[in-house]
Design a protein around this ligand. Structure first.
Ligand SMILES: [Zn+2]
Length: 297
C-alpha cells in the first residue's frame, strides 16, 4: 500500500507539473500568434478566386527531410500556422547546407527586386506600371501554368526589360523531394510555357517554391543551365500583412547586394503593389536596382 500511495502521490505531482507546463506553453503559444489572429480579424487574405501559393511555409526541414506531400501544401496564406510564421525565410539566417548553394545576393552592390508566383492579370500589370514609373528593372519568377494562361503578361514583362526566373510548373513546394526525372520534367515544361510566349528570352534563374531547396532540385536546375536563386530580404508579403508593414520591412532590411522577395500573384497582392509605390522612391535613391543578369556567374 505504501508503494501504491507513493506512486499515486508521484503521479499527482507529475500531473501538477505537466499542467503548469501546459499552461505556460499555452500562454507562450498565444504570444506567438498575434499576426495570424490579426489576419483572421481583418480577413485580408480572404479570397475565393485564382491560384493561391505561399512561398515559405511547407518545409520544416528542407535539408533532406520530407517536405510534405502535395496535400500538405498550403492553398492560402492563411493556412500558414504560427509555427511556420517566422521561418519565412530569410536567407540571412539560412545556412549554406539549407540552401544547397542557391544565390542569396546579386554578387554586386546592386539590389534586386524579385516578384514571384505570377503572372497575374490583377497585379502584374500594376507592378509593371510602377516599375516603369521609376525606371526600375526587376526579375519575375513565374509559375509555368500562369505563364501558359497569360502569355501576354510574360511578353509585357520581357518587353519592359525585366528578366525571368523559372518558379516551377505549379508551385510544387515538395518538388525537391521528387525524382530527378519528375523535377526535370516540371522545370522543362515551365520553360517551354515561358518560351511559347517569349521564344528568345533567356531563362537562367530557377527559384524553388517555398525556398525548399534540396540537392536534387539544385542539381537538375543547374543541369538545365539555370542558377538557383534564393533571397535575402523577405517581407512575408504572401501573408498580406498590409502595405505599410511590407514597405517598412523592405526598407529596413535592404542592403547592397540583396535580393528582395515579393509576390505579384498567389492571393491578394494589392498590399504588395501599394508597398512598391511607397518603397521605390526611397529604394531607387539609396541603391542601384537591377534585374538579375541573364549571364550569372
Ligand atoms: Zn512562390
Amino acid at each position: 500500500m505504501t508503494r501504491v500511495s507513493s506512486t499515486a502521490r508521484a503521479a499527482g505531482i507529475v500531473t501538477v507539473v505537466v499542467a503548469a507546463l501546459l499552461g505556460s506553453a499555452y500562454v507562450l503559444g498565444r504570444s506567438l500568434v498575434p499576426d495570424q489572429a490579426q489576419q483572421h480579424a481583418t480577413g485580408v487574405t480572404t479570397e475565393g478566386d485564382g491560384p493561391h501559393y505561399a512561398d515559405q511555409p511547407a518545409e520544416k526541414s528542407p535539408a533532406g527531410a520530407p517536405a510534405g506531400t502535395p496535400t500538405d501544401i498550403p492553398t492560402t496564406g492563411q493556412s500558414a500556422g504560427p509555427t511556420e510564421a517566422g521561418q519565412d525565410g530569410s536567407g540571412r539566417d539560412a545556412g549554406g547546407d539549407k540552401l544547397f548553394g542557391a544565390h542569396t545576393g546579386t554578387g554586386s552592390a546592386r539590389l534586386a527586386l524579385t516578384f514571384d508566383d505570377g503572372p497575374d492579370p490583377r497585379y502584374t500589370p500594376q507592378v509593371l506600371t510602377t516599375l516603369r514609373e521609376y525606371g526600375v528593372k526587376a526579375t519575375f519568377c513565374v509559375v509555368g501554368e500562369n505563364a501558359q494562361n497569360h502569355p501576354d503578361l510574360i511578353q509585357a514583362i520581357v518587353a519592359d526589360g525585366h528578366t525571368l526566373c523559372n518558379h516551377s510548373w505549379q508551385h510544387d513546394i515538395a518538388l525537391g523531394n521528387r525524382s530527378a526525372d519528375k523535377i526535370r520534367a516540371d522545370l522543362v515544361r515551365t520553360n517551354e510555357a515561358i518560351r511559347a510566349a517569349v521564344p528568345d528570352a533567356p531563362i537562367v534563374w530557377y527559384r524553388q517554391p517555398g525556398g525548399a531547396w534540396t540537392y536534387p532540385v539544385v542539381s537538375v536546375c543547374t543541369g538545365l543551365g539555370m542558377t538557383p536563386l534564393h533571397w535575402s530580404v523577405d517581407p512575408s508579403d504572401w501573408q498580406a500583412p498590409g502595405a505599410s508593414k511590407i514597405a517598412t520591412t523592405v526598407l529596413a532590411q535592404a542592403e547592397p547586394g540583396g535580393v528582395v522577395l515579393m509576390h505579384d500573384a498567389g492571393g491578394d497582392r494589392q498590399g504588395t503593389v501599394d508597398a512598391l509605390r511607397r518603397i521605390l522612391p526611397e529604394l531607387s535613391t539609396r541603391y542601384e536596382l537591377e534585374a538579375l543578369p541573364t549571364d550569372p556567374t
